[in-house]
Design a protein around this ligand. Structure first.
Ligand code: NAG
Ligand code: NAG
Ligand code: NAG
Ligand code: NAG
Ligand code: NAG
Ligand code: NAG
Ligand code: NAG
Ligand code: NAG
Length: 904
């Protein structure tokens, strides 16, 4: 999700491994989205630009009229963009941002099992698919309600509609009945999309997994059941086989899905933001306002803690879906065999990295026979250890790293290591140690069987198979550690403007679904990407029962009937409800939502921060039932989450952060009342934030207004607020804002007055310079999000000011901003910008001595007032320009352009 993740991780059986990298999405050089004041011909717009731009994408739709354009001359694109922005027919212009394709570790996938299908009768018995039991989806299926007549558009990597469990065809009458491919296989986010009409997914998998969660047909061997099997799917493919997507493509896809008459639009895409103003999020908001519910995955950056909402989930009225873990852990294991005393048995394994196991048939050797040894194989092996090059070394997982264990085995000649687990199921192992050819993992039980045989003096020969061709079988493990609790990867809100995110959760951790036939047909994945389509399916079921498609009505009723759960980290609970910024309203209870006769007018309340405290709010309760109901209101506090630690840090704490039992108190007027059938009542809530908390550390309190009806019904309305001032929280971390060398990935600060020899203007990517020149790199760190970051290039030598007029902005002398600044709606985290001397207006800075002055607007700050910005300067640095290369490819430094400070 902007790191638009298609946010999925193919899952190891127990480990939900996920790389966490915070970064703001990259822009496509020279590409812009323009929105028109009124409709106009996009080709005419481009023609008016005198051949300087091409049309990337015509974006003229009912709800958005504009285009994305690509300037040919990247050097002058900014100047041209400024001219376009000034045209009276143009409402706004935004850079095209890129969102990466999902982080995929293909791991647990598998083909049909021979014969298994025969054992399953189509539509047999009741729906027992665990994710359905957790969300009450099974009750719809058992009642024959499967989303018939509802169109769900999926914006993703396409769908393998030829998969037998996904209908086997594309077009009218098929399960995947509409949609298109906006990009083509080879699209990577940077090149030109090659759209075609066929949204087949045969090379990525993410969209095919998502489609199965919504509507997998039951003719599959693994018992996978789509949550709304009878819906019609639209497939809008916005990713090529690898790479990114631009927000112009996403805007087009959403509008196409809307105009195709979709009833629901789902996208498991996103990236860190925390601001609802970004153009893609704004377009999704417009679609919701026009009556189509849009669900978007909340993001997979839970590890980064609170205030890490993702776009477009963070859009106003957009429904952000969090993830809980499945109640069971499915695993598709690879089938191999072993021989003890002449008897052959089969077993399952999960291949690791490296995984060159083809036809490896070797006896096992174990360091010891202790199956409870917690640090098995962590120490170097004794001198008496034989040469292990003819064995597979069997090691128990635990204590030290896989790499350390493998390194110890390799030191004695081992080429293959088989781990056995110390927890439920298996997991993917990565141990790319020099000399190792294959690693894999088996269950604790399998490990124990082998160890027992070895201890008894038997020889155990393991006959491995190429994991790519090995038969696969499905196994389930109990998930006693995290079943039904929030997935640790699920991203936390709220937005920086204290809007409630996420809205509610569905199962997204450890989900078995369809996968492209070319990639194994079935797979187990984890991510809010897997939660989001379940929510989309539930909307379809609700539309069937409630006979309304109104986004607000449906969001409200889903939120009020959802079940909040306790917080849990590392398999342990602290007894407190998980904060609303992590779980929203809680886990969806679809049947209750479909049949509730008590309706709330809101899905959540935000009391904002102390500066903007909005502590008295109204909401309405409507009794649509046939009898008068007496309602009783009460307040149930959830854990308060401190944004900052006790150490005075200005960066929000990583997961799980500090959670406390400080609760707000709420008063209700009225508190206890009857609402006759068909009537509605306004309730006034007066909130008193928790006292005794440390406001400087921005505690985010939250909880639920519990509404219990005399008819036995119960509902909850989530709320949150912040004690302290969002505005007073520093947004720029000056200690982490520095100047480094472009080629230094460690960002070591350079000393003052270092000289950089830059390529001639516009030639930074030419062969003669690309690998040889070092640019000054600005490294900035935002402790909190900032709606506006500006960077001034400050002239420090008189010759520079002579060469070029300097202005003064907010008291800082400046010749302009580096290309790419100012930057809007920034997530928190580190940004980097290597500078080739180019300024935002397309000109190049003259040679001379400069520093960068970074200014980041505080949350709720007034952009027109200098004191509303946090500021930090880099050390001074000098730039000079190299000459164009000679015929022999040699470059030298320009002469005659240098000057001593103060002298010409
Ligand atoms: C097995 O290892 C555990 C943990 O290190 C230890 O407590 C136990 O004594 C060991 N058992 C044997 C039989 O060595
Ligand atoms: C696993 O391998 C055994 C033979 O070793 C075979 O009998 C069995 O059918 C295989 N199972 C699968 C699912 O491929
Ligand atoms: C899984 O949990 C259920 C219910 O607690 C129990 O009956 C079953 O034996 C467990 N299965 C395994 C393999 O532990
Ligand atoms: C909090 O207050 C600020 C300032 O008035 C406002 O911009 C923002 O939208 C408010 N947040 C919510 C959730 O109402
Ligand atoms: C950098 O150069 C400027 C101007 O020549 C000088 O005033 C300053 O002292 C220098 N800084 C360092 C740390 O050498
Ligand atoms: C050089 O290449 C980088 C990376 O592809 C790109 O971001 C940058 O805009 C290019 N610069 C110019 C002047 O073409
Ligand atoms: C520049 O470096 C890249 C990556 O290290 C390499 O692939 C490329 O061949 C180099 N180009 C030249 C001209 O040296
Ligand atoms: C730059 O020139 C101004 C006047 O022209 C002078 O006052 C100032 O000292 C000079 N600055 C440096 C750094 O030499």
């Amino acid at each position: 999700m902007v790191r638009l993740d298609l946010a999925a991780v193919l899952l190891a059986v127990t480990a939900v491994a996920r790389a966490v990298t915070a970064n703001t999405p990259a822009v496509v050089p020279g590409a812009y989205i323009v929105e028109y004041e009124d409709d106009q011909d996009s080709n005419a717009l481009v023609n008016n630009l005198g051949g300087k731009a091409t049309l990337r994408k015509d974006l003229r739709f009912k709800l958005f009229k504009g285009a994305s354009i690509q300037f040919k001359d990247l050097k002058n694109a900014d100047k041209m963009a400024a001219k376009v922005a000034a045209m009276p027919s143009i409402k706004q212009i935004f850079p095209v941002r890129r969102y990466p394709v999902p982080h995929h570790v293909v791991h647990s996938t598998g083909d049909d099992i021979q014969g298994a299908l025969a054992k399953r009768k189509k539509d047999e018995g009741k729906d027992t698919f665990t994710t359905h039991l957790m969300t009450q989806v099974n009750k719809f299926r058992d009642a024959g309600i499967k989303g018939k007549g509802i169109k769900i558009a999926v914006i993703d990597t396409g769908t393998d509609y030829l998969h037998p469990a996904l209908g086997g065809c594309f077009g009218p009458g098929c399960l995947v009945s509409y949609g298109t491919d906006l990009v083509g296989d080879d699209f990577n986010g940077a090149n030109t999309p090659k759209p075609d009409s066929d949204p087949l997914d045969n090379c990525n998998g993410h969209g095919t997994h998502v489609a199965g969660i919504i509507a997998a047909q039951t003719n599959n061997p693994y018992g996978i059941v789509g949550a709304a099997e009878d819906v019609t799917l639209g497939s809008y493919r916005v990713f090529g086989c690898t790479g990114d997507v631009g927000n112009d493509i996403l805007i087009a896809a959403y509008n196409m899905a809307y105009e195709a008459g979709s009833d629901i639009i789902t996208a498991s895409i996103g990236g860190p933001s925390g601001w609802n103003e970004d153009p893609w999020a704004a377009v999704v908001t417009r679609i919701v306002e026009n009556g189509v519910p849009c669900v978007v995955s909340a993001g997979n950056d839970g590890a980064l803690g609170i205030f890490y909402a993702s776009t477009a989930a963070n859009g106003r009225k957009v429904t952000a879906i969090a993830s809980v873990d499945n109640s069971i852990t499915p695993a598709l294991l690879s089938n191999a065999s072993y021989t003890i005393n002449g008897a052959t048995e089969s077993f399952g394994f999960t291949v690791g990295e490296p995984g060159a196991w083809t036809d490896v048939s070797l006896p096992l050797w174990a360091v010891n026979f202790n199956t409870t040894d917690s640090a098995n194989g962590c120490d170097p092996y004794p001198d008496s250890t034989p040469d292990l090059s003819g064995n597979i070394v069997l090691i128990r997982r635990g204590t030290c790293t896989f790499v350390q264990k493998v390194t110890n085995a390799v030191a004695k000649g081992a080429k293959y290591v088989m781990f056995y687990n110390n927890a439920v199921g298996t997991a993917t192992v990565s141990a790319d140690v020099e000399g190792i050819k294959g690693v894999a993992m088996v269950t604790a039980e399998q490990g124990a069987t082998w160890i027992k045989a070895l201890a008894g003096g038997s020889k155990v020969v393991v006959n491995m198979v190429d994991p790519a061709t090995a038969g696969k079988f499905l196994t389930y493990f109990n998930n006693s550690a995290t079943a039904g609790f929030l997935s640790e990867f699920t991203s936390w809100g709220p937005t920086f403007e204290v809007e409630v995110k996420p809205q509610f959760s569905t199962p997204g951790g450890m989900i078995l679904s369809t996968y492209p036939r070319a990639l194994g047909s079935y797979g187990v994945l984890s991510g809010t990407s897997m939660a989001c389509p379940m929510a989309a399916a539930v909307y379809a079921l609700l539309m069937n029962v409630r006979r309304t498609k109104d986004p607000k009505t449906l969001e409200n009723v889903l939120s009020s009937t959802a079940h909040p759960n306790l917080f849990r980290a590392g398999g342990k609970s602290n007894g407190l409800l998980a904060p609303v910024p992590q779980q929203g309203g809680g886990l969806i209870q679809a049947w209750d939502a479909a049949h509730a006769t008590t309706l709330l007018s809101e899905s959540s309340l935000s009391f904002n921060d102390t500066d903007h405290f909005n502590g008295v709010q109204n909401f309405a309760i409507t009794n649509t039932g046939k009898k008068s109901v007496i309602y009783k209101l009460s307040n149930i506090g959830a854990a308060t989450a401190y944004t900052f630690g006790v150490d005075g840090s200005i960066t929000p704490q990583a997961f799980p952060g500090e959670l406390t039992a400080d609760f707000a108190s709420l008063a209700f007027s009225p508190n206890d009342f009857a609402i006759p059938a068909g009537q509605r009542k306004i309730v006034t809530v007066t909130a008193t934030p928790p006292g005794g908390v440390d406001a400087k550390r921005l505690p985010v309190y939250s909880g639920y207004i519990a509404i219990n009806g005399s008819d036995g019904s119960s509902f909850s309305l989530p709320y949150l607020g912040v004690v302290g001032s969002m505005h007073s929280a520093p947004v720029l971390d000056g200690s982490e804002t520095l100047l480094a060398r472009s080629r230094d990935t460690n960002n070591v600060p350079v000393p003052a007055n270092m000289t950089f020899d830059l390529p001639p203007a516009g030639m930074v990517n030419e062969t003669a310079y690309k690998n040889t020149t070092t640019l000054p790199k600005l490294v900035g760190t935002l402790a909190m999000g900032s709606a506006l970051v500006r960077v001034d290039v400050v002239p420090l030598s008189n010759c520079t000011t002579v060469a070029r007029e300097a202005g003064v902005v907010f008291g800082t002398k400046t010749i302009g901003q580096p290309d790419g600044f100012p930057s809007l709606w920034n997530a928190r985290g580190t940004f980097e910008r290597s500078w080739d001397g180019k300024l935002a207006d397309g000109t190049y800075a003259p040679p001379g001595l400069y520093k960068f002055a970074v200014k980041a607007l505080r949350i709720f700050g007034d952009a027109k007032v200098g004191s509303e910005y946090d500021a930090a300067d880099t050390v001074p640095f000098r730039i000079r320009y190299l000459t164009a290369p000679t015929a022999a490819g040699k470059v030298r430094r320009e002469t005659g352009e240098e000057c001593e400070d103060g002298k010409r």
